[in-house]
Design a protein around this ligand. Structure first.
Ligand code: MTE
Ligand code: MO
Length: 477
């Protein structure tokens, strides 16, 4: 074969962005990655390295420094850089603009899984309130936080099915449309993935604990109203349009079915406020889509283009990631045959476990409130279901699933057409009745409940982990 072919750097440079075939170098090897570009997880971001060295990018995006990524690249090897060029010192520059330069500082309480891009979860100790404060709300970024310059110059483009476009500034959105606020929980499809890994087998992806979820009040305008203004008939959905695609400034993209976007009770927002404040940079400033009841991957941050289409978003995150597979499938499943995740199944977790004992004055208050005569264990947590389906019951076992009790569902004021927000719950039991392991499971209004174990819903991507959570009877830090 021609794998040992010597290639001049000038020839590599000729295969830059816009060329028919895209080449990159890594070390002294040359690769033709044309076929990889469409399926690359970062989408066309890889084109930044086209015609030059990929090394500096992969240093910045440290997620690439793994054997399976190197193995993919090796399939595209076409030759090595001609030593003449190396001798001339023509090696591609190691200095590339750092796209993460505009990433904000993060609250030290967040549990960082990866810094660039930023993936950080809310620690259990900060998950105890109905509303999750902005500073500790989990951050899930696939790329960098884009530097948007002046928000006054920010534009949102709506493209209708016939290709006509209409543009809106932020001020247009505020002036032309009625403002709405909804209370909605965002949950990453990878929430609790580490529990699937621990209880079944290794999964591919960030190993989140219970904190890739949060609940906030989101304020903005209805996507439905903006689509209507742009000329789309939201009440009489034409057959050609099936999906609404969202594209973001930094290259992320996703889509939702038109039925959700056009639904008067779907509450899909173009949000510019989170808990009454301007959206923080990490959460999409100045504008994000908020699709309540759907997997958070569809709530596209920094959105600047919305396209009505007969197809789903072409992005990696719509067509490859955020799908589930059979327990036996992977790592090369039939991606197209699997359905993209939209609404989520029922979920619950224990976020706090502590002793209520007569020795502590604060805890004595709780003993009084609950009419307890004995030292007890107090558990708290969340329960949540997709599609706006309300949580109707949370079952707790204090003996590893042999017998059950019902937790108290806490009341909270919510805004919106459906149950878009999680339900907080509390459970208290005397120490004498508590065993070694607590278990939680929830039931939603459709009487959906959670699987008792992890192998039956195992998928190699570790998406939508929802098996009964078990925790030892000892304080959660
Ligand atoms: N939007 C953009 N533009 N870029 C992203 O990386 N991540 C998605 C979604 N929207 C993402 C995005 C995913 S997978 C999740 S879980 C949520 O944003 C996380 O939202 P948050 O960071 O505000 O918690
Ligand atoms: Mo996510």
């Amino acid at each position: 074969s021609n794998k040992r072919r010597l290639i001049r750097l000038a020839e590599v440079h000729a295969h830059g962005p816009g060329a028919d075939s895209i080449w990159v170098t890594k070390g002294t090897n040359v690769y033709d990655i044309t076929d990889w570009v469409p399926s690359h997880p970062g989408g066309e971001v890889i084109l930044r390295a086209a015609g030059g060295s990929i090394d500096p990018y992969w240093k910045i995006f440290s997620i690439h420094q793994k054997q399976d990524v190197y193995d993919i690249l090796e399939q595209y090897l076409i030759g090595t850089i001609d030593p003449q060029d190396l001798a001339d010192g023509q090696v591609p520059s190691e200095h590339v603009p750092n796209p993460f330069a505009s990433d904000p500082e993060r609250d030290p309480r967040l549990r960082m899984h990866s810094e660039r891009p930023c993936n950080a979860e809310t620690p259990a100790s900060e998950l105890g309130t109905f509303i999750t404060p902005n500073e500790v709300f989990y951050v899930r970024n696939h790329l960098w936080v884009p530097d948007l310059g002046n928000p006054e110059d920010y534009n949102l483009t709506i493209e209708l099915y016939d290709g006509t476009e209409k543009k809106y500034t932020l001020q247009d959105l505020r002036d032309k449309f009625q403002e709405h606020t909804i209370t909605a929980t965002l949950q990453c499809s990878g929430n609790r993935r580490s529990h699937m890994t621990a209880n079944a087998r290794m999964t591919n992806g960030l190993q989140w604990d219970v904190g890739a979820i949060g609940n906030a009040e989101w304020t903005g305008v209805r996507l439905r109203d903006v689509l209507a203004d742009a000329g789309y008939s939201v009440d009489d959905i034409p057959k050609d349009v099936k999906h609404v695609q969202f594209s973001a400034v930094e290259a992320y993209g996703a889509s939702i079915p038109i039925a959700k976007a056009a639904d008067r009770f779907g509450d899909v927002l173009l949000a510019y406020k989170m808990n009454g404040e301007a959206l923080p940079p990490d959460h999409g400033f100045p504008l994000r889509v908020l699709v309540p009841g759907n997997v958070a991957a569809r709530s596209v941050k920094w959105v600047n283009k919305i396209t009505l289409s007969d197809e789903e978003s072409p992005s990696q995150w719509q067509r490859r990631d955020y799908k589930c597979f059979g327990p036996n499938e992977g790592p090369n499943p039939n991606w197209d045959a699997a359905r993209s995740i939209q609404e989520m199944p029922v979920q619950s977790a224990i976020t706090s476990l502590r002793q209520v004992s007569s020795h502590s004055p604060q805890a004595r208050k709780w003993m009084h409130v609950y009419g307890l005569e004995e030292d007890s264990v107090l558990l708290e947590g969340y329960a949540f279901s997709g599609g706006g389906r309300e949580i109707i019951r949370v079952d707790i076992s204090a003996d590893d699933g042999r017998s059950w009790h019902q937790a108290e569902l806490l009341e909270a004021e919510t805004k919106g057409s459906k149950a878009w927000a999680w339900r907080r719950w509390r459970f208290i039991i005397p120490n004498s009745q508590a065993g070694k392991v607590f278990v939680v499971k929830a039931v939603d209004e459709a009487y959906n409940t959670q699987p008792d174990s992890y192998e039956p819903h195992f998928n190699f991507r570790g998406n939508l982990t929802s098996g009964w959570q078990r925790v030892e009877n000892k304080p959660i830090p």
